[in-house]
Write a protein that binds this ligand. Structure first.
Ligand SMILES: [Zn+2]
Length: 587
């Protein structure tokens, strides 16, 4: 047996005539976009067995057998996966290259145990009395069981029934552990990882279930819990629903990226198939690459609140780095894709998608609405926010357009801006993670970081401090990248999605705590520092621009410099003193 390359499997799956193949064994009749017939698995006589060509899958509403063209052969004829692929390939006339003896996939036991667990969870959702809470929850979101069961949703009960069931099926503890389905307590006993949760199965590109996302039902933390990373589940490298969406993505040449599982569900039930979501975290570079593999255009459809916008532009930058065209669709305030489709239907959604604007243009709109372009310092700060997106645009034409547009709205010369974009590029690749690093600052890091840290310590005290800090500073103002990520995570209530480094920073901050420090004084000092640094940065930018201006322009810049300098000295006299002590340049 040999391993068949993924792209070949994909080719075979896409070429396969699912209706034709299943139709050889089942008498199918068209009903709308799907086909129905008697189920060959439980031997039914009514038309409870559906073949859904658009999703490339079959599903029985009685015995709940489900799968794709390959699983059909596996389940009907007892073939293993590679044999099923070869059989379908033979029928569609695709030659599968032999790649020598590679042996069976070493992760086969993991796939198998996760699939078994998924079946069991799905049965709980259908049948168990305890799952009534999950069924009611779905009902409250206007999703009926008939609709979600074919999508493989499940329920994980609160107790240890899962452990008993898996044991009864002869599954080994170590495999359950490795698959991330159970956790080991300190005393060595095992506990199901998912308890009291509605489960969304997460598939890899070959449509195999590799993990779960679980939403809590009732009170409890966290709201969403994913499988941990395992040899087959890497949450930063998978997209929810991609195994279904990729066909539609290729056809429509666009991908709609949403934030949550329910958004995906709602959109695909409304007939929009090309929809994917990251797994409870910000979109990663790997995920952006996955999108790129199937479509050239991405539409971001996130909430319109502050947190949603931050996530939108983060994701936008990642997608721009992959040379995608990126648009932002804007939902009415307070709505998410789920509520929107429920209230206005697919037509309402289509209108919003049609009105999507380019991500860069959207950023300008928002800055404009906040009054950034009304003053010179405001324009400077606006540019600081536009630059990361310009730098992210890996496509040279897109970048050129962005530079022209930014020069126009901020009233700066294009060549000056081009130079500044270039400066940032040289500073890239400094190993600061996925965020766009800013140009290296001449300031020493220790003091700014302690101001940044003070703000985070305050946020960890909860409201009202959290609200005050998020009001006073933006994420971009955190220079220390792990702190910036912690800031965003606390602001968005998403600390579980932190990267490893940032999670460590978060834990350290939590361990440190405020102690007996006076929060008011701490807040005052830290915000002053950040504000002073903002002004200091303005001065540096003015200095950089100076040599490139006409004499008139230089006079204006010098006047502006004077003003900023005075403000800095007047409002934050101690800033300069601290800088001098540290021997910073230019003092
Ligand atoms: Zn059946």
């Amino acid at each position: 047996m040999s391993l068949i390359p993924d792209d070949v499997i994909e080719q075979v799956r896409e070429a396969a005539d699912l209706v034709g193949i299943i139709g050889e064994q089942v008498e199918l009749k068209r009903t709308g976009a799907d086909f129905r017939g008697p189920c060959p698995f439980h031997g039914g006589t009514h038309r409870n067995f559906a073949v859904i060509p658009k999703k490339g899958m079959f599903y029985c509403f009685v015995c709940h057998e489900a799968g794709d063209v390959f699983t059909f052969f596996m389940k009907r004829l007892g073939m293993d996966y590679p044999t099923a692929v070869r059989e379908v390939a033979r029928r569609v006339g695709i030659t599968i290259p032999e790649r020598g003896p590679a042996g069976p996939d070493p992760h086969e036991p993991l796939y198998s145990v996760v699939a078994t667990a998924a079946d069991w969870f799905a049965r709980q959702l259908r049948e168990s009395p305890e799952a009534e809470v999950a069924r009611q929850y779905l009902g409250s979101r206007q999703l009926d069981l008939e609709t979600v069961l074919p999508l493989g949703l499940g329920y994980a009960p609160r107790g240890t029934a899962f452990l008993d069931a898996m044991k009864g099926l002869g599954l080994r503890d170590d495999v359950l552990l490795e698959a991330g389905l159970v956790v080991k307590r300190e005393d060595g006993t095992l506990l199901p990882r998912f308890r009291g949760r509605l489960l969304f199965p997460i598939h890899d590109q070959r449509a195999r279930i590799v993990g779960f996302g679980g939403r809590i039902l009732g009170e409890g933390e966290p709201k969403y819990l994913n499988s941990p990373d395992t040899p087959i589940f890497h949450k930063g490298k998978l997209l929810y629903n991609l195994h279904v969406a990729k066909h539609a993505m290729r056809k429509a040449d666009r991908a709609i990226v949403v934030e949550g599982y329910f958004d995906v569900l709602r959109l695909s039930l409304a007939g929009v198939e090309e929809v994917v979501a990251p797994l409870g975290t910000g979109l990663t570079a790997d995920q952006a690459q996955l999108v790129k593999r199937h479509a050239a255009h991405a539409v971001l459809l996130y909430d319109s609140d502050e947190a949603g916008l931050r996530a939108t532009f983060r994701a936008g930058d990642e997608l721009l780095r992959e040379r995608l065209r990126v648009s932002v669709a804007t939902l009415p305030a307070g709505e998410d894709p789920d509520t929107l489709v429920r209230q206005r239907g697919a037509a309402g959604l289509e209108t919003i998608l049609k009105d999507a604007v380019d991500v860069f243009e959207r950023k300008i709109q928002i800055l404009d609405r906040k009054g950034f372009f009304a003053t010179l310092p405001g324009r400077r700060r606006a540019l600081d926010r536009l630059l990361p997106t310009i730098r992210a645009a890996a496509d040279p034409i897109t970048r050129e357009l962005y530079i022209s547009r930014a020069a126009e709205v901020a009233g700066v010369r294009k060549d000056v801006l081009e130079r500044e974009v270039g400066t940032g590029l040289e500073a890239r690749g400094s190993g600061l993670g996925t965020s766009e690093p800013r140009a290296p600052s001449p300031e020493p890091r220790a003091i700014p970081a302690s101001a940044e840290k003070a703000l985070l310590l305050l946020m960890l005290e909860g409201d009202p401090w959290k609200a005050r800090v998020t009001e006073a500073v933006d994420a971009e103002e955190f220079e220390f990248v792990p702190y910036r990520e912690v800031f965003e995570a606390i602001a968005d209530d998403a600390v579980l999605s932190l990267s490893e480094t940032s999670a460590r920073a978060y834990e350290e901050l939590k361990a440190e705590g405020l102690d007996d420090r006076d929060p008011n004084a701490l807040y005052e000092r830290a915000v002053n520092w950040i504000e002073a640094r903002r002004l200091q940065r303005q001065l540096e930018d003015l200095d950089r621009r100076l040599p490139f201006e006409s004499p008139d322009g230089q006079a204006a810049l010098i006047a502006e410099k004077r003003r900023v300098f005075d403000e800095l000295r007047k409002r934050y006299p101690r800033y300069k003193i601290a800088m001098r002590r540290r021997g910073a340049p230019g003092t």
